[in-house]
Design a protein around this ligand. Structure first.
Ligand SMILES: Cc1cc2nc3c(=O)[nH]c(=O)nc-3n(C[C@H](O)[C@H](O)[C@H](O)COP(=O)(O)O)c2cc1C
Length: 185
């Protein structure tokens, strides 16, 4: 009888430990004009994830973002494979999470160099990364390849371009597709 009680207690403790340490998810995003920030907020709310912003030390001005001007800051950074703007410290420790939703606007077909700087500064080996982007029209495939190259030991989940017209159902459908690949995030 006593032995059964001890086994039952151990079983209960194990169950509690499993419930107490669910998969931890963080939405990390860079946004210069607010679109990706909106998408990030929706994803964090729907996935029950924490959220943290990638912030360059020097914010981008409208002139910095002028993609028609080849000498604007964004144009110059995007054209330089080694450009990495200096970053402010993150509000959350990304390495303490199991799943990272990584969001950014598409700049010249790829991620802004601020996102490269984030990936340079963090070792996301063994984590799941779910990339998402906003853009005028470009897709996320090129950025997914860049993330895979920079984090070869992470599992890169199927990325999503979030349109400003997307509804919560559209986002829920992406989250559930991720959840069918793996356990629910
Ligand atoms: C410097 C720069 C380059 C851009 N390049 C592209 C591009 O190659 N393809 C595209 O579809 N949209 C491009 N866009 C549009 C942005 O991806 C789009 O407006 C995005 O939603 C902005 O996100 P944010 O408000 O979070 O900064 C570019 C915008 C900027 C400022």
């Amino acid at each position: 009888m006593k032995r059964t009680a001890v086994i039952a207690a151990i079983f209960l403790l194990l169950c509690q430990a499993l419930v107490a340490s669910p998969d931890k998810a963080l939405v990390v995003y860079f946004s210069a004009t607010g679109n990706t920030e909106k998408a990030a907020g929706k994803i964090a709310a729907m996935a029950g994830a924490d959220i943290a912003r990638i912030m360059p030390e020097v914010p981008y001005t409208p002139d910095d973002l002028d993609y028609r001007n080849a000498s604007s800051r964004a144009s110059r950074e995007s054209a330089d494979a080694d450009a990495r703007p200096a970053m402010l410290p993150m509000e959350k420790d990304a390495e303490a999470y199991d799943t990272i939703f990584l969001g950014f606007p598409i700049w010249f077909g790829d991620m802004p160099k601020a996102v490269y700087a984030f990936l340079d500064e963090h070792d996301l080996s063994g984590k799941r990364i779910a990339p998402f982007c906003t853009s005028g029209s470009s897709g996320i495939a090129a950025s997914e390849r860049s993330i895979r190259e920079m984090e070869p030991e992470a599992e890169i989940l199927s990325g999503e371009r979030i349109s400003m017209r997307d509804t919560e159902e559209d986002i829920a459908s992406w989250l559930s597709r991720l959840g069918t690949d793996r356990r629910t995030i």
